[in-house]
Design a protein around this ligand. Structure first.
Ligand SMILES: [Zn+2]
Ligand SMILES: [Zn+2]
Length: 146
């Protein structure tokens, strides 16, 4: 029986999003489907695996949120890179900050959407109750509506 693994404490994170391993539907990495080039997940890297679940317990959703977390991390690194430059081009700084804001907002909206997917999977989805949440997510992140 396979398992889906992550290096963060409670959920898949940017280490899963930004490594070369394919993501499982939940956003973790399938232990039996790692990329040998990955420095994080192959068993011979001897890295601590802090979270995950058996394949049989996979919720089947969450990869979109993991990808959003990865984009936020990259946008954050881009801001730091521009800020650390000796000669700061302010247009680059504005672009980097705009990209960071967009990534954070997308991640926030994806967290709301993920919560509604989770509720649906658990069979507790009350459409009237969740509609305002979905509407809020779509207003935060209008281009990513399903
Ligand atoms: Zn990996
Ligand atoms: Zn899984």
């Amino acid at each position: 029986m396979g398992s889906h693994i992550g290096r963060s404490w409670v959920a898949p994170g940017h280490l899963e999003a930004l490594c070369p391993c394919p993501l499982a539907p939940c956003g973790y990495v399938d232990r039996d489907n790692v990329d040998p080039e990955c420095t994080q997940h192959p068993v011979n890297r001897f890295k601590t695996i802090r979270s995950g679940h058996a394949e049989a317990d996979c919720p089947g959703h969450g990869a979109a949120l993991t990808e959003a977390v990865g984009k936020t991390e990259l946008a954050h690194r881009a801001v730091i890179k521009v800020a650390a430059g000796k000669v700061v081009d302010f247009l680059d700084m504005y672009d980097a900050l705009d990209a960071y804001r967009a990534a954070v907002e997308h991640e926030a909206a994806e967290r709301i959407r993920e919560e509604t997917r989770h509720a649906k999977t658990m069979g507790v989805l009350e459409p009237d109750k969740f509609r305002p949440c979905r509407d809020a997510a779509d207003q935060i992140d209008p281009e990513m509506t399903e």
